[in-house]
Design a protein around this ligand. Structure first.
Ligand code: SF4
Ligand code: SF4
Length: 365
């Protein structure tokens, strides 16, 4: 049976023109060649996709910084993807440093949705997102946002939350709104050796502050998307969440590194989780490592089974869990937030569904 396929492709491996202090991928890809994908690797991937003929294909270009592969590489790669006999959707995650009119025209022409990394106003963004020489990346990222707006590219802001940025989340939200950014995503910073992290108490408070601001905007007729809230509302409306972090299981996509190696998740691109390579005969077929990755992601369910918020929270992202994968590090934050906002979320869901009663879909646990 033909199935939908989602690929996160790293055409420039871990290469990046910034040196953000909290970056997990710089450490993860250290010691590798970190070179732009060769034509032979790109061809091998495209040939396997042509044979597989997925029911639909969603491709996310990510890095490092994927634009460092060059516009001509992306142009010819996307042209080949568009020639495949399946519906195609395209995304790109960027820090915006290299975007110019040509890039923005290309992204617009091919209907990309873009994620732009920006942690807030200049003070917040300069805190950790720096050039290799220690300079500010802020103005170039803002200029990239203006270019995306000018060319009508659908984009969202991706902001990382540590304790300091989370404490200023109201300022960040107001700054983004003042710039006309209507799609926002905030992700917790996990300390993977950087010494930068987000505590559950600060995260819980940040979610509550953010929800108050977001709800007020929605009730005033302003359309603002905050990804986590959208996913929880979707669950309340009986729809599947689009984010794997809200889905309760891992394994929804495959990472393709520039050298052709395959991994089950961007946070797990290490030798222990290597699924194989695009040069294998059946790279997207059944795989013991992928099965184990999926199975291990279910371990949190025992801890969450008795939780009143389990149907909504679903244990969160595996990356945010204790080493034995049985407990989400932000459990206290989620309990705090759901206790605070659940009734109001339900009212919003009712409003969005035109007043019909909503029946949250519970997971089969
Ligand atoms: S709030 Fe905690 S116990 Fe409840 S579902 Fe979420 S992670 Fe599990
Ligand atoms: S670890 Fe998190 S991001 Fe990765 S597949 Fe699982 S839920 Fe998704």
């Amino acid at each position: 049976m033909r199935r939908p396929l989602t690929l996160l492709i790293k055409p420039a491996a871990g290469l990046c023109d910034l040196k953000c202090r909290y970056c997990f991928y710089r450490a993860q890809s250290a010691g590798r060649a970190n070179e732009v994908m060769t034509q032979s690797t790109a061809m091998a991937l495209l040939e396997k996709l042509a044979l597989l003929r997925p029911a639909s294909l969603h491709v996310v270009f990510q890095g490092g910084e994927p634009t460092l592969a060059g516009l001509s590489f992306l142009r010819s790669f996307v042209k080949a993807l568009e020639a495949l006999p399946c519906p195609l959707t395209l995304s790109l995650q960027t820090n915006g440093q290299t975007l110019d009119d040509d890039w923005a025209r290309f992204l617009s022409a091919h209907g990309f949705t873009v994620g732009l990394s920006l942690d807030g106003d200049k003070t917040a963004n300069d805190r950790y997102r720096r050039t290799p020489g220690g300079g500010s990346a802020f103005e170039k990222t803002l200029a990239a946002a203006a270019l995306l707006q000018k060319h009508g590219v659908d984009f969202s802001i991706l902001a990382v939350l540590d304790d300091e940025n989370a404490a200023g989340i109201a300022d960040a939200y107001r700054f983004f709104r003042s710039r006309g950014f209507a799609r926002l995503q905030f992700i917790p910073c996990i300390d993977e050796g950087s010494g930068i992290s987000l505590s559950p108490a600060t995260y819980g408070q940040a979610l509550k502050t953010l929800f108050d601001l977001w709800e007020a905007d929605l009730l005033h007729g302003e359309t603002v998307s905050v990804r986590a809230f959208d996913n929880w509302l979707a669950i309340l409306l009986g729809q599947p969440p689009e984010s794997c972090a809200n889905g309760g299981v891992c394994g929804a996509y495959t990472v393709v590194e520039a050298d052709g190696s395959l991994y089950p998740c961007d946070f797990y691109c290490t030798e222990a989780y290597r699924l194989g390579s695009v040069f294998d005969p059946d790279p997207f077929g059944e795989n013991a490592v992928r099965r184990a990755f999926y199975r291990d992601s279910l371990r949190v369910r025992e801890t969450c089974a008795a939780c009143e918020w389990g149907f909504l929270c679903r244990g969160g992202c595996r990356r945010d869990r204790t080493d034995d994968l049985t407990q989400n590090l932000y459990c206290a934050a989620y309990r705090d937030f759901f206790s605070y906002a659940y009734q109001r979320m339900r009212r919003l869901a009712l409003r969005l569904s035109g007043g019909e009663r909503t029946q949250p879909k519970e997971l089969n646990r």
